[in-house]
Design a protein around this ligand. Structure first.
Ligand code: RB5
Length: 148
C-alpha cells in the first residue's frame, strides 16, 4: 500500500519505528511529519496528511501526536477525511470495517510501541464492509455539503 504518515514533535520516535515496520512489510511510506523534537503545531501536519489522502494520493494515512486527538481533529476538517483515533486494535479494525476510516491516529504518549504496531496491523488488515455502512458514510458527505 501507499501510506502517508505525519506527526508532531511528540511522536518522532514512534513515527520512525512505525514507518520502518511498515516498510519491512513492503509498504511504501511517505513521511510528511516533523523529524526533530523542536515544538511544532500539529494542525499543520494533520491538514497536510488529510489533504493528500482526500486527494487520493495515498491509500491511507497515519497520524501520531501526543494523544492522536489534535492532529486527527485537524485532518477531519478536510472534506473527505475520516480520521479515527484508536488506542487499541479492535477499534482500529472496526473504524475500517464500519467507518471506512481513511486515516488512523494514535498518541505516542498514550500507547506503547507494540500496541501502536498492533493498531496499524489491525487497521491495514481490515476491509470496509459496505452495505448499510456505506449509507452512513454517505451521510458524512451530506454533512460536509451542508457546510458549504
Ligand atoms: C503537544 O504537546 C501535544 O499537545 C500534541 O502532541 C497532541 O497531544 C495534541 O492533541
Amino acid at each position: 500500500m501507499k501510506i502517508v504518515i505525519g506527526n508532531d514533535h511528540a511522536a518522532v520516535d514512534m513515527k520512525n519505528e512505525i514507518k520502518a515496520y511498515l516498510e519491512e512489510q513492503g509498504h511504501e511510506v511517505v513521511n510528511f511529519g516533523t523529524d526533530t523534537n523542536d515544538s511544532v503545531n500539529y494542525p499543520e501536519y494533520g491538514e497536510k496528511v488529510g489533504v493528500a489522502v482526500a486527494n487520493g494520493e495515498f491509500d491511507c494515512g497515519i497520524l501520531i501526536c501526543g494523544t492522536g486527538v489534535g492532529i486527527s481533529i485537524a485532518a477531519n476538517k478536510v472534506n473527505g477525511v475520516r480520521a479515527a483515533v484508536c488506542s487499541e486494535p479492535t477499534t482500529a479494525r472496526l473504524v475500517k470495517e464500519h467507518n471506512n476510516a481513511n486515516i488512523i491516529a494514535f498518541g505516542a504518549r498514550i500507547v506503547g510501541m507494540e500496541t501502536a504496531k498492533a493498531i496499524v496491523d489491525a487497521y491495514l488488515g481490515a476491509t470496509f464492509m459496505g452495505g448499510r455502512h456505506q449509507e452512513r458514510i454517505d451521510m458524512f458527505s451530506d454533512i460536509e455539503n451542508r457546510q458549504k
